[in-house]
Write a protein that binds this ligand. Structure first.
Ligand code: NAD
Ligand code: DAU
Length: 348
């Protein structure tokens, strides 16, 4: 149960935002949802089409449109803010939309939350903390205190994407302190699951194989990401929204560290490919080495725990979803790969 009657979910037609919209729709029948989404290349109405109707409305618009945001904010209790330009590689090519959406967009929403005294939850990323050394380079293999990100880790973002997310986190904190906005922040690690845009690592490799293209690994593939199923991200955000302490930051993660080569090998195996059927390509500029989340604050203080922690089983289901839903991604595949071909060369 919840007292919230009507919530705005920004970016609710994207990968993680649409998962959250389904989560709220399925679990809290008393809550009405207004999805505010610009439907950029990453947004897709199909992600929420099955539940649009009395309880879920889609408003196509920009979070940086102050007039629109003001109008929508007048009769809701909450803004849950997912909308963002989300892809590091795109931010290296063209940073401007990242500043406009991630920074100015967040500012615009905060001003509405301030004016109408709304509960605000800001969805952010572990990338604001920069990166950690690889475990193999640490004494004790990275198990000591301070060897995972916590809410106390200093901000040190690397890319235009992560720096604009860091900037957005900082103005949320300032609006809490200076104006009393009732906000919380979550910083989550790498999500996977169905409906993720095919520019991202896991769906790119799956849809490459389905399209007869060799998977592409940046550099040596040693970089580590801390994978969490997007269903667990949604339950984490809901827990913070309903039980979190105003002004606090909570990290969301499910102890899912794997390096990129390990993940790719699992995909190749599950899809019946030879273990070496992939290319090494030019590494990403400024490529973060390792992310790892210490989620004990969220677990211990708010009682959250992840449920979808069998990565291999989740990956299998994700592969099955992309295989069965080629209509969802096929139209975009050629353009996504043409874009990558401009910036990446095979190095082996
Ligand atoms: P996504 O790129 O799949 O979706 C982003 C959505 O935002 C799209 O529907 C897009 O149309 C919408 N959008 C973009 N600009 C907009 C604007 N100006 N106005 C309104 N809508 C706009 O992203 P995602 O992977 O689902 O990420 C969602 C959020 O979660 C982001 O804030 C991201 O930083 C954060 N996050 C992502 C991950 C991850 O692993 N993908 C991990 C931690 C945090
Ligand atoms: O940590 C959370 C972040 O995770 C989110 O804030 C971002 O929105 C989300 O995109 C993701 O960022 P990454 O840069 O980690 O994700 P990406 O899927 O782009 O890449 C994952 C890893 O795989 C990374 O080390 C780069 C590598 N990679 C990526 C692609 C697209 C490859 O080796 N080959 C590829 O083709």
């Amino acid at each position: 149960m919840t007292d919230y009657k009507k919530i705005i979910v920004t970016g609710g037609a994207g990968f993680i935002g649409s998962n959250f919209v389904h989560y709220v729709y399925n679990n809290f029948p008393n809550v009405q949802i207004v999805v505010l989404d610009k439907l950029t290349y990453a947004g897709n109405k199909a992600n929420i089409a099955s539940i649009l109707g009395d309880r879920v409305e889609l408003v196509v618009g920009d979070i940086a449109d102050a007039e629109l945001v003001d109008r929508l904010a007048q009769d809701v209790d909450v803004i849950v803010h997912y909308a963002a330009e989300s892809h590091n590689d795109n931010s290296l090519n063209d940073p401007r939309p990242f500043v406009d959406t991630n920074f100015i967009g967040t500012y615009t929403l905060l001003e509405a939350a301030r004016k109408y005294d709304l509960r605000f939850h800001h969805v952010s990323t572990d990338e604001v903390y920069g990166d950690l050394p690889l475990r193999e380079d640490l004494p004790g293999k990275g198990e000591g205190p301070g060897e995972k990100f916590t809410a106390e880790t200093p901000y040190n973002p690397s890319s235009p994407y992560s720096s604009t997310k860091a900037a957005s986190d900082l103005i949320v904190k300032a609006w809490v302190r200076s104006f009393g906005v009732k906000a919380t922040i979550s910083n989550c690690s790498n999500n996977y699951g169905p409906y993720q845009h095919i520019e991202k690592f896991i769906p790119r490799q799956i849809t490459n194989i389905l399209s007869g293209i060799r998977p592409k690994l940046y550099g040596e593939g040693k970089n580590v990401r801390d994978w969490i199923h997007t269903n667990d991200h949604s339950s984490g955000v809901w827990t913070i929204l309903t039980k979190g302490k105003i002004g606090e930051t909570y990290l969301i993660g499910a102890d899912g560290e794997k390096n990129n080569k390990e993940v790719l090998k699992l995909i190749l195996k599950e899809m019946g490919q030879a273990p070496d059927a992939y290319d090494h390509v030019t590494d990403r500029a400024g490529h973060d080495l390792r992310y790892a989340i210490d989620a004990s604050k969220l677990r211990d203080e708010l009682g959250w725990k992840p449920e979808f922690t069998d990565f291999e089983a989740g990956l299998k289901e994700t592969i099955a979803w992309y295989t069965a839903n080629s209509d969802w991604w096929k139209g975009e595949k050629e353009a996504v790969e043409a874009n990558y071909a401009k910036i990446q060369e095979v190095i082996q």
